[in-house]
Design a protein around this ligand. Structure first.
Ligand code: GLU
Length: 286
């Protein structure tokens, strides 16, 4: 166990390279913090999985991150944030932030006609629609499920003409509705920003929830007295699939080739350390 809690790492996770958009924001806004990045590359994409599969994956990842002694977790994955936030808050006793609320908040401060592009699981969950309407019920929300995007990013086909074609199709109904704001409702999508921006009318503001979630993490660390006063350690990158593939793909966004470890996630058992103890009933407390 680390003695100074400030020096513990912040754990962030995604199915693949999408979380790098959150990592980039962490480097910008919290340069002194040390990060542990996990990409569940053996099981991506998450967006076409069932809700119960997603909850199970997140449970395993959370248990592993707690084992690694992180001081906070940022779910750098909209699909996980949309489907597993409730489970995480009920079962794990460390600060955890998701991307949905910060993204919704940024959008309602920006516009009234809001488009959301997201994975099929996130779109079907209505997490963004519900969060936006709860904050401002005068907003209009259109959600589009974009199943092709994550595989295209993970196959490094961002500049492929086919990607532009697919993006044009996904954005068409939103442009037709004259949206003024577009939420990148998947952390992979800011990596497609050059393509998406070339198709969107100039007046549409695009929202990357990563900016806000990291700002919220900074406030939370401050509040809890968990900011690192020292210098950041190099980011530790871990994946469940081939490490070389992740390293080769991510170099274009990181600007250097990361050292990547392959790890196996633990099978979760209820009484693991760091998890909330199950509530004690009156009978057993007596
Ligand atoms: N980065 C993705 C995960 C997408 C996927 O694996 O389908 C998200 O934010 O939802």
């Amino acid at each position: 166990m680390t003695t100074d809690p400030g020096q513990q790492r912040i754990g962030i996770f995604d199915s693949g390279v999408g979380g790098l958009t959150v990592l980039t924001q962490l480097y910008r806004q919290l340069p002194n913090e040390s990060i542990l990045y996990f990409g569940d590359t053996a099981r991506l994409p998450y967006g076409t999985r069932t809700p119960s599969e997603i909850v199970e994956f997140v449970r395993e990842i959370m248990a592993w991150l707690v084992e690694q002694d992180v001081k906070m977790v940022i779910m750098a994955c909209n699909t996980s944030s949309a489907l597993a936030m409730e489970m995480v808050q009920a079962e794990f006793d460390i600060p955890v932030l998701g991307v949905i609320l910060p993204g919704a908040q940024a959008a309602v401060q920006q516009g009234k006609r809001i488009g959301v592009i997201a994975t099929p699981a996130t779109a079907a969950s209505n997490a963004y629609r519900n969060a936006i309407l709860e904050m401002d019920d005068s907003c209009l929300v259109w959600q589009v499920s974009c199943p092709a995007f994550v595989p295209l990013v993970e196959q490094n086909r961002i500049h492929d003409p086919y990607t532009c074609e697919v993006a044009r199709e996904y954005l068409a109904p939103l442009i037709q509705q004259r949206i003024d704001t577009l939420i990148y409702g998947c952390t992979h999508y800011p990596l497609l920003a050059p393509v998406l921006r070339s198709l969107l009318p100039a007046g549409v503001t695009s929202i990357d929830p990563a900016v806000r979630v990291v700002a919220a993490a900074a406030r939370e660390l401050e509040l809890l007295g968990l900011r690192n006063a020292g210098t950041a350690l190099p980011t530790r990158f871990c994946v469940s699939g081939p490490p070389q593939q992740f390293a080769q793909l991510s170099v274009q966004w990181l600007g250097c080739t990361p050292a990547v470890e392959k790890i196996s996630l633990p099978t979760v058992v209820r009484s693991e350390a760091g998890r909330k103890p199950s509530p004690v009933s009156l009978e057993s407390a007596e």
